[in-house]
Design a protein around this ligand. Structure first.
Ligand code: BGC
Length: 351
C-alpha cells in the first residue's frame, strides 16, 4: 500500500485543500480530499490491466465549491429529500433549507461536500485510508444538535473501497449520511451508462409524488421496469412507460434492502461488459438510491470534460428519503449521545 499527499488548490475563502491518494498492491487507487470529504478519483484496472478513473469529478478544489450535481460528495446532514423541507422532532417543527423547489435535497444550501474537514491518515499492511471529521454546529442547515461526525475511507488489497460513517449528537436529531459518487466503469467522460448492467437485490421500492417525495408506500418491483433482480442494461427500460420513471425522468428510485445494521451485505452490482470492470455494492443501511444521472449536467469536470445526462450512475446507500416524516419507514431519530455507525463498500473486480 502507498499513500501520497498533495495540494488540491485553495478555496475562495483561502483554505488549502489536500488530496490524499491510496494505491494498493494491484495498482488500484482512490483519491479523496479534506474539502467536503469528496471522493475525487477511483482508478481501476480492466480485464486487460488497463487503468481508468471510474469516478466523475474535478481536477481541483474549485469544482467542489460549486458542485451542483454532488459529484463524489459526502452528503449530510440528511441525504435525499425531506418533503416540504420540514420535520417534527420531540414536538418541535424544524424548517430546513429549500434546496429543491419546496423541498430539502441533500442537506442544505451549504452541503457537507462543501465544508472543510479535519483529517487523520490510517495505514495498515493490507489497507490505507483517512478519517475526515467535523463538528456540525446545532441548527446548521436548520438541524438541531451539535453533531460530531466522521467518515473513514479505506482502500484494501482486495480492491474494496470502504466507507464508514460515525456520528454522535448532544441533542436528539435526524441523520442520513450517504456518498454521491457517480460511476462510469468505462472511465469518466466516456459517454452514457446505457450499456452498463445492473443487479439490485430488492423486491420493493418507495414510489414518489411528482416532486420525488416518497408517498409512504413500499411497492413491489415485480412486473415493473424497476425490477433489477435479474441483471439488465440500464438503457433497456430507463424510458419505459411507468409513472415513477416519468416523475424522475428515468431511474432515480430508493430500493428497500434486506440488510442488518452493522453487517455489510451485497445489495447491488454494476458491470461494464466492454471493459470487464465490475463493482459490487455492500451496505448495512435499509435503502439504496439507484440514480442513473438523469439530471446530470456538469461543465468543466476532470480534464475539462463535460458530464451530461446519464453519463454516470450513483448507488447511494441511505435511510429511505423523507423517513423523518414517514413513521412507517425503517428509521429512527438519532438520540442525544447515541453513537451512529454505518458501513458501505464498493468492491471492484475485473472479469
Ligand atoms: C437524487 C436525484 C438528484 C440528485 C442530485 C440524487 O440523490 O435522487 O433526484 O437529482 O441526487 O444530484
Amino acid at each position: 500500500m502507498k499513500t501520497t499527499t498533495e495540494s488540491f488548490g485553495v478555496t475562495k475563502d483561502g483554505a488549502k485543500a489536500t488530496l490524499f491518494t491510496f494505491t494498493n498492491d494491484n495498482g488500484m487507487s482512490v483519491s479523496v480530499t479534506d474539502f467536503g470529504a469528496n471522493v475525487v478519483k477511483i482508478c481501476v484496472p480492466d480485464k486487460n490491466g488497463n487503468i481508468a478513473d471510474v469516478a466523475l469529478g474535478f481536477d481541483d478544489v474549485k469544482g467542489y465549491e460549486t458542485n451542483e450535481n454532488y459529484l463524489g460528495a459526502l452528503v449530510g446532514r440528511y441525504a435525499n429529500r425531506i418533503g416540504g423541507a420540514k420535520f417534527t422532532l420531540n414536538g418541535t417543527t424544524y424548517e430546513v433549507d429549500k434546496t429543491n423547489g419546496n423541498n430539502c435535497l441533500h442537506g442544505g444550501f451549504k452541503p457537507y461536500g462543501a465544508m472543510m474537514h479535519e483529517y487523520e491518515l490510517n495505514e495498515d499492511e493490507d489497507s490505507a485510508g483517512v478519517t475526515f471529521s467535523r463538528l456540525s454546529p446545532g441548527m446548521e442547515q436548520g438541524f438541531p444538535g451539535n453533531l460530531d461526525y466522521s467518515v473513514t475511507y479505506t482502500l484494501t488489497n482486495d480492491n474494496e473501497f470502504i466507507i464508514e460513517y460515525f456520528a454522535v449528537s448532544d441533542k436528539d436529531t435526524i441523520l442520513n449520511l450517504t456518498n454521491h459518487t457517480y460511476f462510469n466503469l468505462a472511465g469518466e467522460a466516456s459517454g452514457s451508462v446505457y450499456d452498463h448492467l445492473v443487479w439490485i437485490d430488492s423486491d420493493s421500492y418507495t414510489p414518489t409524488d411528482a416532486e420525488l417525495i416518497p408517498t409512504g408506500v413500499v411497492a413491489p418491483v415485480e412486473g415493473t421496469p424497476l425490477d433489477f433482480r435479474t441483471e439488465k442494461p440500464i438503457g433497456r427500460d430507463i424510458d419505459a412507460d411507468h409513472i415513477d420513471l416519468k416523475n424522475a425522468g428515468g431511474f432515480d428510485q430508493n430500493y428497500a434492502l434486506k440488510t442488518t445494521p452493522g453487517d455489510a451485505t451485497l445489495v447491488a452490482t454494476l458491470k461494464d461488459p466492454a471493459s470487464g470492470r465490475k463493482m459490487e455494492v455492500y451496505t448495512d443501511l435499509p435503502g439504496i438510491q439507484f440514480y442513473a444521472g438523469n439530471f446530470l449536467d456538469t461543465k468543466n469536470g476532470k480534464g475539462g470534460h463535460d458530464y451530461g445526462r446519464r453519463e454516470g450512475v450513483c448507488f447511494e446507500s441511505q435511510f429511505f428519503p423523507n423517513s423523518c416524516n414517514i413513521p412507517a419507514f425503517p428509521w429512527k431519530p438519532l438520540k442525544a449521545d447515541e453513537e451512529f455507525n454505518s458501513i458501505t463498500v464498493y468492491k471492484f473486480i475485473s472479469e
